[in-house]
Design a protein around this ligand. Structure first.
Ligand SMILES: *Cc1c(COP(=O)(O)O)cnc(C)c1O
Length: 400
């Protein structure tokens, strides 16, 4: 076992692990490879029948009527906001702590992202902060189901209902999560998902929007295909050549190859989520006595957490080192910690747009203290034990 006196790897000591344990990683099994190979040898590499098959299975999985596949989570957010009619002059409320793509999607459409502060114990969009930011231009609130913990849809829908404001979620972390007995993907007006390799399910690159609204689904299908109102498969089935480009769209199509991978992965997501919960429980237990100067994020009652991330807040008052030093020391021990995320408006591009420090004090303060620990389905209990060991070793060495 590690002791406080043990020399840290960053100071020349022996690391807890030699090979870096990443913070997240895809799971690819033989069934996935076979499914992709079968499509590769078939007639349709893209815009064929596997797209619809994946969409239907996904819609069923999240409990939505429709799912529209696109080629990234970012494209999903863009398509979702386009279909919701977001445009110049509109304001979109997003949490300060998220991946930049949540806010960027509003910028793509000429709208203005308005950053709401986060609850420091969950890092979820704080409904009280959102309430204070709502104005005549507010068209959409786009909460993020941060780390796999669904946002407070009850408090947020109380703000949007009857106010002419839509609630549509960035659910990129939260496939497999539930809130108040409802599956993420069936709660908001629309929900955007990502299939990047670290996410709950992967298609290498890919995304999906789930919704119950047929008009929204149709507009997103146009949007992902240049704004054209029929696709290749539909035209072949109809024996038609003519098509109409009704709106200005993009090429955001997800290929049949990628959909085959997603479709093969989908039935295993529940098992993977259980495995993520088990690893989270191991961490929770290890940190429960408060001996280490850190606190895991809170989990609200009625939530089934998807644990895309396991985030702790360091108690910097009880440490002699800052987060950057602790991050470097843990990396040297072979633990692939990460930071999710810097408040979006502190990035240079947003500074250039006139945003700046002071906007969301809770987000700015908590950002200095957060660390994401490794969590992914193929991680073993021993891997988790090594993370706990390394945390004890490093935080022990820098304890005040
Ligand atoms: C991953 C992610 C995205 C973007 O997804 P890509 O598939 O990488 O484009 C957007 N929002 C959040 C919160 C994410 O984690």
């Amino acid at each position: 076992m590690g002791t406080i006196s043990e020399r840290l790897a960053i100071d020349g000591g022996t690391p807890v692990r030699t090979a870096l344990l990443p913070y997240g990683r895809q799971t690819i099994e033989d069934a996935d490879v076979a499914a992709v190979e079968a499509v590769l040898r078939g007639d349709w590499l893209t815009t064929g029948p596997t797209v619809a098959a994946f969409e239907e299975a996904f819609a069923d999985f999240v409990g939505a009527r429709f799912a529209v596949a696109v080629n990234s989570g970012t494209a999903a957010l863009h398509a979702m906001m386009f279909a919701l009619g977001i445009g110049p002059g509109d304001e979109v409320i997003v949490p300060a702590i998220t991946f930049a793509a949540t806010a960027n999607a509003a910028l793509y459409l000429g709208a203005r992202p308005v950053f709401a502060d986060v609850e420091p114990d969950t890092l979820l969009l704080d409904p009280a902060s959102a309430a204070a930011l709502i104005g005549a231009k507010t068209k959409l609130i786009a909460p993020v189901d941060y780390a796999g913990h669904p946002a407070d849809h009850i408090a947020l829908s109380a703000l949007t209902a009857g106010a002419g404001i839509t609630l549509a979620a960035d659910a990129c972390h939260a496939l497999g999560a539930e809130f108040d007995g409802r599956r993420v993907g069936s709660i908001a007006k629309a929900s955007a998902f990502s299939f990047h390799p670290v996410k709950p399910l992967t298609t290498a690159e890919g995304g999906m929007v789930a919704t119950d609204d047929p008009d929204l689904a149709e507009r997103m299908r146009w949007f992902r295909n240049h704004g054209i109102t029929t696709d290749q498969l539909q035209r072949q089935q109809q024996g038609a050549f003519a098509y109409d480009m009704a709106v200005l769209g993009y090429n955001y199509r997800l290929s049949d190859l990628q959909c085959a991978l997603g479709l093969a992965q989908l039935p295993r997501v529940h098992g993977w989520t259980e495995r993520r919960r088990r690893i989270a429980a191991l961490y929770d237990t290890a940190f429960a006595d408060g001996a280490l100067p850190l606190a895991p994020l809170a989990v609200r009652p009625g939530v089934r957490h998807a644990y895309h991330l396991y985030v702790v807040r360091l108690d910097l008052d009880r440490l002699t080192a800052d987060r950057a030093r602790i991050f470097a020391a843990l990396r040297a021990e072979g633990i692939g910690v990460n930071v999710h995320y810097r408040p979006v408006y502190l990035h240079s591009h947003y500074r250039g747009l006139g945003y700046g420090p002071g906007l969301c004090p809770q987000a700015e303060q908590v950002y200095e203290a957060i660390l994401s620990l490794p969590i992914f389905p193929a991680m073993t209990d021993d891997d988790a034990a090594q993370v706990v060991l390394a945390m004890g070793k490093v935080l022990g060495a820098y304890r005040r």
